[in-house]
Design a protein around this ligand. Structure first.
Ligand code: DMJ
Length: 565
């Protein structure tokens, strides 16, 4: 049996303290019980939802340190009057990039100082490069270029006290990575500041890694145990690892007056110059260390091959165009690349790309890697230095594709690679290569999505890589076309919007997703500070600031002054 609402309130034992209060409560109760059951349920649900939203909002304000719910805090300069992004001045854009660098440095300084990397979401750190503090060393010259001198001093104070003859116990140091990041970072920091302690440290890094060359052929081993002073024996090394240490060791020889470094590194070039290749100037990526022979048929201007080609041109420039061997090798490579590896999208003929080749299987793979986006910058530089106007045209077309890799995603960030369908892709199948070299059968991969002109592949991450903004900077400096600045600015805004965390910037798992909170990968490679932010800053700087006529940038964006003699 249920009592009528009014009767129920009258039977209540409650005795009011105040008359008004009692009568208000009674009236509300009476009204409530006058409602039918459905209305009461609807009203209760509504009230619960509202209070839930209020509680959640308060919790987010208090407990969401990464600001994931609210989205990132975007630090961009105030817009000028007409509210058009293109109206930002170069100075304002530089200031914004400089703030980004300061933000990343401060996060690293606060949470991870002296460690290899900051984990920019959890604010923890790692020592995945052996514990030399690679972020700090890689970032030094960017701080200097951006005139962040206090931060530069903080970094130097730490770097000059690192003992590079030691690494984390049991760790073996990757030869190539520590040459392009640590040796080069110390060398350029020295050339900028003339702090002799930095050159001493560069020499120490050069020396502890030199045992890599203790092989029967002179082709280096890929890893060194600096704790024992021995290289780690291996049967093969990849092209980029063996062939991207030459500029750094040459600069070290120049600054110390000791030719041993340059001689060891030059030997690799001489061996590979002589060795048999499937096509003139195209080098398969694996080298047999004992014989010095090229052992696979896999040819790429992306990962594992890339900077070998870059260094032919850059050594030629570094030597004031004196060394004809590098010119010849570079020209040979580029001519073959253009003939065998460059194609256009069938969907958008304006889009050119550089695919990969498997010379053994006589197969072309229509896969264009983000890493390959350094090629347009290299071609543009080469076109100027060697007077090859066609290369500049190709550079412009490739830069367009690299930009479209960003421009067509919902986040404005670019993926690790994209795929094309061209006339020759029929019958491509997934290969057995151990390194995902030439992956894909477009026909058999149903989950590929077509953007305008290309397909997205399986890896849609963006790990803060620099190659596209590197090419934008070089293309702007060589052509003077302001569109490259606009594209660079658009990319910078996307970085700010999607990858910025409370302490720095994070790699992003899927550039086609706007679920930011689950996309942040809690990782920031040192090249973000060494390269990505530096190239963006230089894109918005006058062309004579670290001019391409006076400096050659190593593959990690460390600017070396050209050889003095
Ligand atoms: C950098 O460490 C260097 O540019 C290297 O040559 C290859 N790519 C990474 C960044 O993507």
């Amino acid at each position: 049996m249920s009592l009528e609402p009014t009767l129920r309130s009258e039977l209540s034992d409650e005795r009011p303290l105040l008359n008004g209060e009692r009568s208000l409560k009674s009236r509300i109760k009476a009204k409530w019980y006058r409602l039918d059951r459905v209305s009461r349920v609807v009203f209760s649900l509504f009230a619960l939802t509202i209070s839930g939203i209020i509680v959640a909002r308060v919790m987010i304000e208090i407990f969401d340190p990464l600001d994931l719910w609210n989205g990132p805090r975007v630090t961009i300069p105030p817009r000028v009057d007409d509210g058009n992004d293109t109206a930002h001045t170069d100075k304002e854009r530089r200031t914004a990039v400089r703030s980004a660098m300061r933000h990343a440095w401060e996060g690293y300084h606060q949470h991870a100082f002296g460690h290899d990397e900051l984990l920019p979401v959890s604010n923890k750190s790692n020592d995945k490069w052996g514990g030399w503090g690679v972020t700090l060393i890689d970032a030094l010259d960017t701080l200097y270029i951006m005139e962040l001198y206090d931060e530069f001093d903080q970094g130097v104070t730490h770097a000059v006290n690192v003992d590079f003859a030691k690494a984390k116990k049991g760790y073996t140091t990757p030869f190539f990575e520590m040459i392009i990041r640590s040796l080069a970072g110390l060398l350029t920091a020295y050339e900028m500041s003339l702090d002799r302690r930095l050159l001493d440290k560069a020499e120490q890094v050069g020396n502890v890694l030199l045992p890599a060359f203790n092989t029967s052929s002179g082709i280096p081993y890929p890893r060194v145990d600096v704790n024992t002073g021995q290289a780690v024996p291996a049967s093969r090394v990849c092209l980029a690892e063996a062939g991207t240490v030459q500029l750094e060791y040459w600069k070290l020889s120049e600054l110390t007056g000791n030719p041993v470094y340059h001689n060891a590194a030059q030997r690799v070039v001489d061996i590979l110059d002589e060795t048999e290749k499937p096509y003139p100037g195209l080098y398969p990526i694996w080298i047999d260390i004992e014989s010095g022979n090229l052992t696979s048929g896999q040819i790429t201007f992306g990962g594992q091959g890339d900077s070998w080609y870059e260094y032919m041109l850059k050594q030629y420039i570094f030597s004031h165009k004196k060394n004809d061997q590098y010119r010849r090798m570079y020209v040979e490579s580029i001519d073959s690349m253009k003939e065998k590896m460059v194609k256009r999208s069938v969907f958008d003929p304006q889009m050119y790309y550089v695919g990969d080749l498997d010379s053994a299987a006589k197969r072309f793979s229509p896969k264009f890697q983000h890493l390959t986006c350094f090629v347009p910058g290299m071609l543009a530089l080469g076109s100027k230095v060697l007077d090859r106007p066609d290369d500049l045209e190709l550079a412009k077309n490739l830069t367009y594709t690299c930009f479209q890799m960003y421009n067509q995603t919902v986040t404005g960030l670019g993926p690790e690679y994209v795929l094309f369908r061209d006339d020759q892709d029929k019958g491509l199948t997934k290969t057995n290569h151990d390194d995902d070299f030439a992956v894909v059968s477009l026909g058999k991969a149903p989950d590929l999505e077509k953007a305008d002109g290309y397909y997205l592949g399986y890896d849609k991450s963006y790990i803060l890589r620099p190659e596209t903004v590197e090419s934008l900077m070089i293309l702007y400096r060589i052509t003077g076309d302001k569109v490259y600045k606009e594209w660079g600015w658009q990319i910078f805004l996307a970085l700010e919007k999607w990858t910025k965390t409370n302490s720095a910037y994070s790699a992003y798992r899927d550039v086609t997703s706007t679920k930011r909170s689950s996309m942040l990968m809690d990782s920031m490679e040192s090249f973000f500070l060494a390269e990505t932010l530096k190239y963006l800053y230089l894109l918005f700087s006058p062309a004579d600031y670290y001019s391409l006529d006076e400096y050659v940038f190593n593959t990690e964006a460390h600017p070396f002054k050209l050889l003095r003699h």
